[in-house]
Design a protein around this ligand. Structure first.
Ligand code: NOJ
Length: 445
């Protein structure tokens, strides 16, 4: 008798809890057919951009990634888009699109190929790139670390060892003064979450480790490095505008009545998103103090791609297709197109009370079947959010052109321009033209 009462009470408690989660954490979906995607308006001062990263486009690099590509016998980045030699031509593509800003990254392994040995020639090439952008009326946004770094740094243990952070700080403070007279917008690091989880838990990025505890330690160290670099650079140039690019993946329970799925969702959300936000807002991360990280951002960069439906049996590699809802369009990468998530991601980032720069958003779509619609849905969402008062200042589409997509190599194509890697020809896609005409009409409207 008593057992029946206990069991019934537990069942009722279970139902109440899942019901409350269901109500308080809704998974929004819009009826896109009934929405006029052309109905968008952006403020005049809105920044229109595209983004790339050094290792994905430059070619001819020698860094932790090239080492990993060889060791794991993965597809080699090789010449990539040969951007190191073709950058002048690529800057013309930016003009063709009509963007007002370009986010790109500096390859630390070119600047400091050996510890303490600085390559002035490479610094000058980046300096010329910056001049070229400014001459075209395009504002540079520079990322200091976008997943790649020198082999010597990796061999010392990279960001896994806190005593190595000084090397990252030295590199940043070395090159910053060369460009800070012309560059105001800086991202210290790109996606600390993806960098550490893919590299140290999923084993798909260098150094290919598979330990959740290591991933957490690296993420914390990357945030500590970010905080230290932020304060150093602000001292050198108080007017610079410095932040980081945070990947916000929305986690939703695969089955909304399953408490285990909810618990996995909350755990993943904290590990991936919550811990980083907490470091910036409260100076605490994974229960430890990271005091100087608190307040160390003038803006928060948002890299937004999708939501992930979670359960305790979530795949531990990205090579397996992720689950999606029946009505959702699944992209080539295997994750669903979910523009609604932008609303949830920005609402959540608003806790930081910082301007939001959308530092990345895009889709892998070799045939360009989805991308025009993908772009329009996301821009529609941003336009709506700005009207509702969310402080979104920019949109950087990922990416200017097809490039080396890390663990997926060249199989994933994210470009507004198609790249023929044999001939290094760039050809604008329909989505590129769509973006071009949206920028044009918004700028003149
Ligand atoms: C985010 C990363 O910053 C970028 O390097 C990558 O190519 C895109 N996501 C697409 O996966």
């Amino acid at each position: 008798m008593e057992w029946t009462v206990v069991l019934i009470s537990l069942l009722i408690a279970y139902l109440i809890i899942t019901f409350l989660f269901h109500i308080f954490f809704p998974e929004h979906h819009l009826d896109w057919q009934s929405i006029n995607l052309d109905d968008i308006t952006f403020p005049n001062e809105f920044t229109w951009g595209v983004a790339t990263a050094s290792h994905q486009i430059e070619g001819g690099n020698s860094n932790n990634w090239t080492q990993f590509e060889e060791r794991e016998n993965k597809e080699r980045s090789g010449l990539a888009c040969n951007h190191w030699n073709l950058w002048q031509k690529d800057h013309e593509l930016l003009t063709e699109l009509g963007v007002s800003s370009y986010r790109f990254s500096i390859e630390w392994s070119r600047i400091e190929p050996n510890e303490g040995e600085w390559n002035e020639e490479a610094i000058l090439v980046y300096s010329d790139m910056i001049d070229s952008l400014i001459a075209k009326g395009i504002e540079p946004m520079v990322t200091l670390h976008h997943f790649s770094h020198p082999i010597w740094f990796e061999e010392k243990g990279g960001f896994y060892n806190q005593e190595n952070l000084i090397h990252f700080k030295n590199y940043c403070t070395k090159i910053f003064p060369y460009f800070s007279d012309r560059v105001t917008k800086w991202c210290t690091v790109n996606e600390p979450d993806v960098f550490s989880i893919m590299g140290y838990h999923m084993g798909m990025f260098p150094p290919g480790k598979r330990s959740p505890l290591k991933a957490i330690r690296v993420m914390k160290n990357v945030m500590i490095a970010h905080g230290e670099v932020y304060h150093e650079l602000k001292q050198l140039s108080p007017n610079s505008y410095i932040g980081l690019a945070k990947n916000v993946t929305i986690f939703d329970p695969y089955r909304r009545w399953n408490l285990l799925h909810w618990l996995t969702t909350f755990a993943l959300n904290y590990i991936w998103n919550g811990a980083i936000i907490s470091s910036l807002k409260r100076g605490r991360m994974y229960g430890k103090s990271v005091k100087h990280v608190k307040g160390s951002a003038d803006f928060i960069g948002l890299n937004y791609y999708t939501h992930v439906l979670t359960s305790p049996f979530l795949p531990q590699t990205t090579e397996i297709d992720l689950p999606s809802r029946k009505h959702e369009i699944v992209t080539e990468f295997g994750y669903p197109m979910y523009a609604e998530g932008l609303q949830r991601a920005t609402k959540w980032l608003s806790k930081l009370k910082l301007p939001i720069e959308i530092t990345e958003n895009g889709v892998s779509d070799g045939e360009d079947k989805l991308r025009p619609n993908h772009l329009k849905r996301h821009l529609w969402m941003i336009s709506k959010l700005i009207k509702e008062g969310v402080d979104i200042r920019s949109y950087y589409h990922w990416s200017l052109m097809d490039n080396f997509e890390w663990a997926e190599g060249y199989s994933m194509r994210f470009g507004l321009y198609h790249v023929d890697y044999e001939t290094q020809t760039r050809t604008i896609r329909d989505s590129g033209k769509t973006y071009q005409s949206i920028i044009k009409s918004q700028k003149s409207g």
